[in-house]
Design a protein around this ligand. Structure first.
Ligand SMILES: [Zn+2]
Length: 252
């Protein structure tokens, strides 16, 4: 892989600010939480300084070395304390291009129970074709008896999946693009909301193995289309549009 040029990095910076805005607008990371994006072909990534994501601008972006989680350039010299979890995932998974840490409400509801995510909705199948295999970190990761090792354990728990749940806290999300990470964060929250709400009414009815297989063969080609025709591309374009409407309304 070749090193990214300035044009690519500037494009990624713009996308990073849009992703921060979308996740803030959708109530997934305000005022805490964060998203990052790898500089392609390197062990470095872009993230904002420790600021509420919805307030971040291009000037708040710093470059972090994934090998030691230290800021190496930008106008600021530090970033979020949980940056190590991003770094640990980029270190372990060279195919991951974007990582987010969210504290969204319904994901947190699930994370204070020992209930795993179940194959009960379209939304969860968009997050994982095998939701029962989504990792669940069952220690309180901020506590000094497990942190910072918790970041490496979570990277391990990620396996080939896109998500790890964190006990009484939220989730780490890691995918192949910033658009995908943003959309998976939203699908994950929607899936958790559906599961929690449905479970409060009646026992859940998970998809059968046959239904799961059918859904995978339906969803897989949609994911592989790329661009705005893909599941994630379309979500990205839509929420980017919604964000620009919100921003132009607040400029008036
Ligand atoms: Zn957190």
């Amino acid at each position: 892989m070749t090193q990214a040029d300035d044009h690519t990095i500037n494009e990624l910076k713009e996308k990073l600010i849009i992703a921060n805005g979308i996740l803030d607008m959708e109530d997934l990371i305000r005022p805490q939480g964060h998203i990052s994006v790898r500089i392609p072909g390197t062990d470095t990534f872009l993230i904002t300084r420790a600021i509420a994501p919805g307030m971040a601008t291009i000037d708040d972006i710093v470059v972090v070395n994934a090998l030691d989680a230290k800021v190496i350039s930008g106008k600021y010299t530090s970033t979020y304390g949980e940056v190590l979890a991003h770094a640990a995932i980029y270190q372990k998974r060279k195919d991951i291009e974007s990582v987010a840490h969210t504290h969204s409400f319904y994901v947190r509801v699930l994370s204070i129970t020992d209930t795993p995510l179940l194959p009960v909705s379209f939304e969860i199948m968009k997050v994982s074709y095998e939701p029962e295999k989504i990792g669940f970190y069952k220690e309180i990761w901020h506590l000094s008896n497990v942190y910072p090792q918790a970041c490496f354990d979570v990277a391990e728990l990620l396996g080939e999946n896109r998500v790890v749940l964190l006990k009484a806290h939220g989730a780490m999300i890691a995918t192949k693009s910033i658009e995908e990470t943003t959309a998976v964060a939203m699908n994950l929250e929607e899936a958790a909301k559906l599961q929690v709400t449905a479970a409060s009414l009646k026992p859940l009815v998970p998809f059968t193995e046959k239904e799961k297989a059918q859904l995978v063969s339906f969803l897989k080609p949609l994911e592989e289309r790329g661009g705005t025709a893909s599941v994630y591309g379309r979500a990205w374009e839509y929420y980017k549009f919604e964000l620009s409407k919100k921003q132009s309304a607040s400029d008036r």
